[in-house]
Write a protein that binds this ligand. Structure first.
Ligand SMILES: C[S@@+](CC[C@H](N)C(=O)[O-])C[C@H]1O[C@@H](n2cnc3c(N)ncnc32)[C@H](O)[C@@H]1O
Length: 167
């Protein structure tokens, strides 16, 4: 924060115009980077950030705020739909999926999709959490690729191709 004056002197008194050239990466001396690129360049810091994200769920529980029971009913009514049940865009290490599936274990875990940056996807895989073993993890850049809708995921997951379009 102490470098805000310098930041605004350099960029003018306006909001950041892109994902890079933002105060936090400017202050770190890496203005060309976006915040998550900077995090990804430091695996220890990335892991700390993800742990902090996960810890917020103990004070702001993810499951319990939104009632996913309609999803259980929909899956029951349409057991053969070859489509993702839930896509967590920017889902980090998967703690939201874990919490939601913990509360609704009837939902087929193999049809949960976690999308995040390549480094985060890899870091999440490396944790080898048994509760998340069946989910599909897709590396995407959500600034470039729209949250997948209406197209097959087989490009990313040749072993399983779920369509993500809404009903
Ligand atoms: C604020 S964290 C939220 C993580 C998780 N959803 C949660 O609630 O704890 C934002 C997430 O978006 C991911 N992310 C940032 N930029 C991204 C991008 N361009 N494409 C895909 N994921 C991105 C980050 O890696 C991070 O996991």
């Amino acid at each position: 924060m102490s470098r805000y004056p310098e930041y605004f002197e350099s960029y003018g008194r306006k909001e950041p115009q892109a994902i890079n050239h933002i105060p936090i990466t400017f202050a770190a001396g890496k203005p060309d980077m976006g915040y998550f690129d900077m995090l990804s360049s430091n695996p220890a810091r990335l892991n700390r950030f993800m742990k902090a994200m996960a810890s917020t769920s103990s004070s702001i529980p993810i499951a319990g705020i939104y009632d996913f029971s309609w999803l259980v009913d929909t899956v029951k009514e349409n057991p053969n739909l070859n489509r993702a049940v839930l896509v967590d865009v920017g889902g980090g290490m998967g703690h939201a999926i874990k919490a939601i599936h913990g509360e609704f274990p009837q939902l087929p875990l193999g049809r949960f999709v976690l999308q995040d940056t390549p480094d985060t996807v890899e870091a999440g895989k490396a944790l080898n959490e048994p509760e998340l073993a069946q989910i599909q993890r897709l590396a995407i850049n959500f600034h470039k690729e729209p949250p997948v809708r209406g197209r097959s995921q087989s490009r990313h997951t040749p072993h399983k191709a779920y369509r993500m379009e809404s009903k």
